[in-house]
Design a protein around this ligand. Structure first.
Ligand code: FE2
Ligand code: FE2
Length: 154
């Protein structure tokens, strides 16, 4: 979602390093919700989180906010094809963090954004920074929009 009055140029330059990564691009082949790929969902969550923080003038580390948001679902598998009861909801944040640390240099804010984005599902990983709160809210908002958009199309 593009918000009026928000300059997205800094957002796109922060995204560059991550979205050119081949493993990152492979998320285009995995579905997140409805018919939206994990790649598209992740960029949408990052764009929403960036717009949310800029529009509300939340003083925070925008590059970390965007990078953490882009990588929050970097789990790299098709969760729809997983056997039942593999607890994707609980486990994928940890897997995303493991994969992200292999590909990118992360700071503590980015790490917390990824591991806590499913809050309150995993109470062991609490959002400790403003950036983490913005991303966990943005993720839920975008996921609901994706699901309901699909339902309306039917
Ligand atoms: Fe997730
Ligand atoms: Fe997500």
């Amino acid at each position: 979602m593009i918000l009026k009055g928000v300059d997205y140029a800094p957002f796109y330059s922060i995204c560059k390093e991550i979205i050119i990564n081949p493993k990152y691009k492979s998320m285009k082949t995995y579905i997140a919700h409805a018919d939206v790929s994990v790649y598209k969902h992740s960029i949408e969550v990052a764009r929403y989180a960036y717009g949310f923080a800029v529009k509300r003038k939340i003083k925070c580390d925008l590059p970390s906010l965007v990078r953490g948001a882009l990588l929050h679902d970097f789990f790299l598998y098709d969760w729809h094809k997983q056997p039942k009861f593999t607890f994707h909801g609980f486990k994928h944040a940890k897997i995303a963090l493991y994969n992200a640390e292999k590909e990118f240099e992360l700071n503590k804010v980015e790490r917390n954004i990824i591991e806590s984005h499913m809050f309150p599902l995993n109470l062991l990983h609490f959002p400790r920074y403003k950036e983490s709160w913005v991303v966990t809210i943005s993720d839920k908002t975008c996921a609901l929009k994706e699901i309901f958009k699909r339902k309306r199309k039917k």
